[in-house]
Design a protein. Structure first.
Length: 416
């Protein structure tokens, strides 16, 4: 009996088919955060025949989760640093430490300083960038100086130790904290961080005041505690939008006032990371203005520019007229990573995979003495016509017993 291969060979079609098969195997993942790592490990499990290359400019994964308390307390970081080289070996993917400087969608290639990598599927999970131009700072040197001296550290967890050191050197005066306008990553995180800093100022008797400038309505769970229990430590300015910053005068200007600071954690508006702007994958609003976040499907995360390109994690843009954006949390990013891995595996192997929608669990400290947590559960269901329904449940936990650490450990087990 003539096999399909023999038939193709005889018909002179095998050389044509071989590159086509080879061309179906290369997956490139840009960004080794929660989204990229989840996609890489899940792909290796579901489709071990694929060649998976993970690219990140950093040498190791670090996490923001559980960092609020650690910032103001002595002791080791609550997370371990995980070298990508070790993770690549453990799961069987390839790791390249490099800065991705360009993506050519038409040619299906990714460019770094040393290489041009062709891809058959591309997963983009590059996280966020900060838009300092919204505060009238455009000079790259001035931005670098502001970040070095006063970053609020919401972009890269690798910068957390520097912030911890700056806080340890703070001996009093005005400590300014700006909150970015929504959407930004991990919505409760700035309030939880504020709570720990206020508690630290109070218990360490540091003669300082935490001045919070917030363009959003404050999360109700934190209002009483920050404004009542820590009223001597916290000045809270709501609906206050920073317009500009002056590093020499150590001042930010809002619509209402100029606010001077001795130390600051500056967090300008957030947007999708640079690489998505370079690739032309940012969503345009009606009227043509760039939205700042990526354009991708709400449930398949595929780019309209090429359905073999996926955008996941915090960089993703608008998904719903009802709730706007998926919450920019690690768990959502990791579920998106698993979801795109299933789609790629199904397409590459021909084996059907179940679909997966994002979900998020957030354990937030809402009181310290006595200790109390809030658990925020966000889940989604497809109404049947592609319209997503979001459900958010918020539950008080008056006797926390390490649920936050257990959650983080369970998440990390999936991709570290
Ligand atoms: C203070 C704080 C606390 C938080 N706490 C929690 C929490 O408790 N629970 C939770 O679920 N989430 C939490 N989050 C949110 C969580 O950190 C993010 O949602 C998550 O990191 C998003 O994953 P990602 O893969 O989209 O991006 P990231 O984790 O930011 O990963 C992006 C990666 O891409 C790399 N990269 C970017 N551009 C390039 C390029 N051009 N070339 C090469 N590499 C590139 C970066 O180096 C980075 O490693 C917190 C966030 C903050 C700021």
């Amino acid at each position: 009996m003539t096999t399909r291969r023999q038939f193709l060979f005889a018909a002179g079609l095998l050389p044509l088919l071989q590159p086509a098969l080879a061309d179906n195997r290369r997956v490139v993942i840009v960004g080794g955060g929660w989204g990229g790592l989840a996609a890489a490990s899940q792909l290796r499990q579901l489709a071990p025949g694929l060649e998976v290359t993970l690219i990140d400019r950093q040498p190791a994964f670090m996490s923001f989760a559980l960092s609020s308390r650690w910032l103001v307390e002595p002791g080791a970081a609550p997370w371990a640093r995980h070298d990508y080289a070790g993770l690549a070996k453990k799961y069987g993917y390839r790791f390249m430490q490099a800065d991705v400087s360009g993506i050519d969608i038409a040619r299906r290639s990714v460019t770094t300083a040393d290489a041009v990598l062709p891809f058959d599927w591309l997963v983009l999970s590059p996280g966020i960038r900060e838009d300092w131009s919204a505060w009238q700072v455009n000079d790259p040197q001035a931005i670098a100086e502001l970040r070095r001296r006063h970053s609020g550290v919401m972009q890269s967890a690798a910068d957390l130790p520097a912030l911890k050191q700056r806080l340890a050197s703070f001996k009093g005066g005005d400590l300014l904290m700006t909150i970015p306008p929504a959407p930004y990553r991990c919505p409760p995180a700035p309030y939880e961080r504020a709570l720990f800093i206020a508690w630290w100022l109070k218990t360490q008797k540091i003669p300082g005041k935490l001045v919070i400038v917030d363009p959003n309505p404050m999360m109700p769970a934190f209002r009483n505690i920050l404004l009542d229990r820590f009223k001597d430590q916290v000045t809270y300015l709501d609906h206050a939008k920073v317009r500009s910053v002056d590093l020499v005068r150590k001042t930010v200007s809002t619509d209402i006032d100029d606010i001077r600071f001795d130390e600051a954690m500056l967090c300008p508006p957030q947007q999708a990371a640079d690489v998505l702007w370079q690739a032309g994958l940012i969503r345009r609003e009606e009227g043509g203005k760039l939205s700042g976040w990526a354009a991708q499907g709400a449930t398949d995360f595929r780019s309209a520019a090429d359905n073999r390109v996926f955008v996941i994690g915090d960089a993703t843009g608008l998904v719903s007229p009802q709730f706007g954006y998926f919450p920019k949390t690690g768990q959502v990013a990791s579920r998106m990573g698993q979801a795109v891995a299933r789609q790629i595996a199904a397409q590459a192997t021909g084996k059907a995979q179940t679909t997966l929608l994002p979900e998020s669990v957030c354990h937030v400290t809402s009181s310290l003495e006595p200790l109390e947590n809030i658990r925020i559960d966000t889940s989604y269901r497809d109404r049947g016509d592609g319209f997503l329904i979001q459900t958010v449940k918020q539950v008080r936990n008056p006797n926390p017993a390490g649920e936050d650490a257990a959650w983080a450990a369970a998440m990390y087990r999936e991709f570290l």
